[in-house]
Write a protein that binds this ligand. Structure first.
Ligand SMILES: Cc1ncc(COP(=O)(O)O)c(C=O)c1O
Length: 453
């Protein structure tokens, strides 16, 4: 636990308007615990889950809340809106399964039960009408190690990996780790809406482009790619012999009226056979540090080759949590999806009304808000500040300056856009998977700070 846990907890409670409870709440507890009967996680009789009560994560060594404190100092933030995990209490089914397992006090090596991969297959069939052969599923400690294994398998050292950008910044680390180079095809941006430039995408494929990392839905823009978009990408990749690595970790967050299409459900079976899919319960159920993910492909030869480069390490708690999520967590997830969609609406209205320096269009999915802060960059002179701070081979981006400025003046931490590749300039990524109260605190602090800027 962080040494500043108490101080930061008080800040959190104050900002959430719950100062009176300060002494009564331990880190990790609901800040309303003990105050209202509604602080319980859910009504077991099929009622509503509570996503509205802010849940204090200060002092739990969380990247989202405690890391900015380590960087910027105690009492420096009222809202951690950065890294892509969620602030909600876990689904009760998960907590129950973990509690049950804790009764057995032995943590030796694990033999993967067949019921785990069968549960993954059943979930995919039920939820997305996606047929996955349980025997083709490889369990990993996350999407990253699986992607690295696939990159090492299909892309020779020094070759290129295609990306459509802005895209998840973690891909750049995976590509570097595998000794490869990113080849970026920027998305087209018109009136805040992103679309794929297919001509550019194809033009960037050369003799040494062997893989394409697709992000569906796309972190950070929130695009949920249509069947037509996916089919077109798939056709190009098949024709040009580029293997599609489809990262679908954000698949459970598609806003009202939008449908997620698994790449593996495309009609052209040759296109599907030219791909592998990477998934986890971690984004959907807030299990990021449980370290459990999985991948599969209908192409047995692809799987045989990637298996040879992949070391499967199982974590007991990760597996128990993921299994419980897939078996008994769907009602929680469905209600969460509606709540997150509501959060998007809330941000859209708030920004339009109160933060004229920021532009934002509600995305199709994910729990990420990719906001245009180019006017903020100008207003605070971030370009000059960045140039002045870039010394000794270290490049500081204007977006990093905005990140620091927002912490200093608004006590809100979010991720700087330039790290998401070509197209990330002038943007920040705000994670909205939090209670609406916390969202309100973050936005009102931003609005006030920008008014004073
Ligand atoms: C698109 C995408 N892929 C992968 C990951 C990380 O996956 P894991 O924690 O399973 O390695 C993230 C985390 O933010 C992500 O957004």
């Amino acid at each position: 636990m962080s040494q500043h846990a108490g101080l930061n907890r008080r800040t959190f409670l104050r900002s959430a308007g719950l100062t009176a409870l300060a002494g009564a709440v331990a880190p990790g507890a609901s800040i309303a615990a003990g105050a209202t009967a509604a602080s319980g996680v859910f009504d077991e009789t099929g009622g509503k889950f509570d996503f509205d009560t802010p849940y204090n994560r200060f002092g739990t060594d969380s990247t989202k809340w405690d890391q900015p404190i380590r960087l910027y100092g105690a009492d420096s933030i009222v809202a951690g809106m950065g890294i892509a995990d969620m602030d909600f209490r876990a689904a009760p089914a998960i907590t129950k399964a973990l509690r049950d397992r804790l009764q057995h006090e032995n943590w030796g090596y694990l033999a993967q039960p067949r019921s785990f991969v069968e549960g993954i297959a059943a979930w995919n069939k039920r939820r997305y009408n996606l047929d996955v052969n349980p025997d083709s599923i490889v369990v990993t400690t996350g999407v990253h190690p699986a992607l690295i294994a696939a990159l090492k398998t299909f892309s020779p050292p020094g070759s290129k990996v295609l990306l459509i950008t802005p895209t998840y910044n973690g891909f750049y680390g995976d590509i570097r780790f595998a000794g490869l180079t990113p080849e970026e095809s920027p998305l087209r941006l018109v009136d805040g809406r992103y679309s794929i430039d297919f001509e550019d995408f194809e033009r960037r494929i050369s003799h040494d482009t062997n893989t394409f990392i697709l992000c569906n839905p796309q972190n950070p823009t929130g695009n949920v790619w249509s069947r037509a978009d996916l089919a077109r990408l798939g056709d190009i990749c098949l024709k040009r012999r580029v293997i599609v690595l489809s990262d679908e970790i954000h698949c459970d967050f598609a806003n009202k009226g939008i449908k997620y299409t698994p790449f593996a459900t495309l009609e052209n079976k040759d296109v599907v056979m030219n791909s592998l899919t990477f998934k986890a319960a971690s984004k959907s159920f807030g299990l990021a540090a449980m370290k459990c993910g999985w991948f599969f492909s209908d192409n047995a030869e692809f799987m045989r080759r990637v298996r040879a480069n992949n070391r499967t390490d199982l974590t007991t708690l990760g597996m128990i949590a993921s299994q419980a999520a897939y078996a008994d967590g769907e009602d929680w997830l469905n209600q969460l999806g509606v709540y997150i969609d509501g959060n998007h609406d809330f941000v859209e209205k708030y920004v339009a009304k109160n933060i004229p320096l920021v532009k934002w269009v509600k995305p199709q999915g994910t729990y990420l808000a990719w906001i245009d802060v180019s006017q903020v960059v100008d207003k605070i002179g971030a370009k000059k500040l960045a140039a002045d701070a870039s010394t000794g081979g270290r490049t500081v981006t204007p977006e990093t300056i905005v990140e620091q400025w927002l912490v200093k003046h608004a006590k809100v931490h979010m991720n700087q856009g330039a790290s998401y590749g070509n197209g990330g300039k002038g943007h920040m990524r705000m994670n909205i998977a939090t209670s609406r109260k916390t969202l309100d605190v973050a936005l009102s602090h931003m609005a006030e700070a920008l008014k004073r800027a």
